[in-house]
Ligand binder design. Structure first.
Ligand code: PAF
Length: 289
């Protein structure tokens, strides 16, 4: 296992790999790895010759008052999980290495950044797009793997990479869930036992939305209502949004059937703010085809 903390050392190591004709895979993370991250690393390892996992808790994507200082960290455990999942390089820079001086350049992505997470956390996606742009510039040509749990983030990164012509193939990977449907997230560690028991309501809300679509509902407002009402059945969950959006533009839909649709929910359970989503294509196909 190679562990790099400097940009120059990582670039030199990747140059060696590329000159040997090796295809590079990149899995950007903020550490505290779980089975969802491991599934990304496993996929990258199956498709690439060398996989670099980046571990960097990026201050730019946390607003004042968010959990930057308490974000869970486990560098030793992460190294084991990276190796078990088949990657052989970790890039774990310090904040000073990534941002040696105040950043005068910020990458912002219009349209797909504005709704949902972007509405609740206005500076978040500029922070994500900026650090991912830096990682793409540091790592160079590669396939980069991101989880669909952060569906809007994936759309922001795809758009940013396309617009700025990064030589990167951005690959979205399926959500990994606990047996009761809760999507894996590093922030699940914040949940109390009672909140953990309540949190799978997010998955039930998505299921209720899909069931409404399968029953022939085409009014997006009605589907939003069904999802919101499902979250409201759990008193420990405080709904942020229940949305039905165009899966490409992330803009809210009025009616279903004319564009690829995605259902998304976000809610707070105590200090944990959790998100989840699902594709509406299968449910819509039942009615449309
Ligand atoms: O999804 C994450 O863990 C982060 O937002 C990312 C993509 C690594 C950027 O810091």
């Amino acid at each position: 296992m190679q562990r790099h903390t400097s940009i120059a050392a990582l670039r030199a190591a990747l140059d060696v790999e590329r000159s040997a004709g090796h295809r590079v895979g990149l899995v950007p993370t903020m550490g505290y790895l779980h089975a969802g991250h491991q599934s990304l690393i496993e996929r990258a390892s199956a498709e690439c010759d060398i996989v670099v996992v980046t571990i960097f808790v990026n201050p730019l994507q946390f607003a004042a008052g968010e959990d930057l200082s308490t974000y869970p960290r486990d560098p030793e455990g992460d190294a084991i999980k990276v190796e078990v999942a088949g990657a052989s390089m970790i890039f774990a820079p310090s904040t000073a290495e990534m941002y040696p001086q105040a950043m005068l350049t910020t990458v912002t992505v219009d349209e797909v950044s504005t709704t949902m997470e972007g509405a609740t956390r206005p500076s978040h996606f500029a922070g994500v797009a900026t650090v991912v742009a830096k990682l793409f510039a540091i790592v160079g040509p590669c396939s980069a793997y991101f989880g669909e749990k952060d569906f809007q983030q994936l759309a922001v990164i795809r758009t940013m990479s396309r617009d700025l012509s990064f030589p990167v193939d951005v690959i979205g990977c399926p959500i990994v869930r606990e047996a009761d449907g809760l999507a894996l997230s590093s922030r699940n560690v914040y949940l109390s036992a009672e909140e953990r028991a309540a949190a799978p309501v997010l998955r039930r809300a998505l299921d209720a939305g899909v069931a409404a679509l399968t029953d022939g509902e085409t009014d997006a407002g009605a589907v939003r209502k069904v999802m919101a009402e499902t979250v409201a059945t759990e008193s420990l969950g405080e709904l942020d949004y229940a949305e039905v959006v165009d899966a490409d533009t992330l803009q809210p839909l009025d009616h279903l059937g004319s564009a690829p649709a995605r259902l998304l929910v976000a809610a707070k359970f105590g200090r944990a703010r959790l998100i989840d989503n699902c594709d509406a294509a299968d449910a819509l196909a039942t009615n449309i085809l």
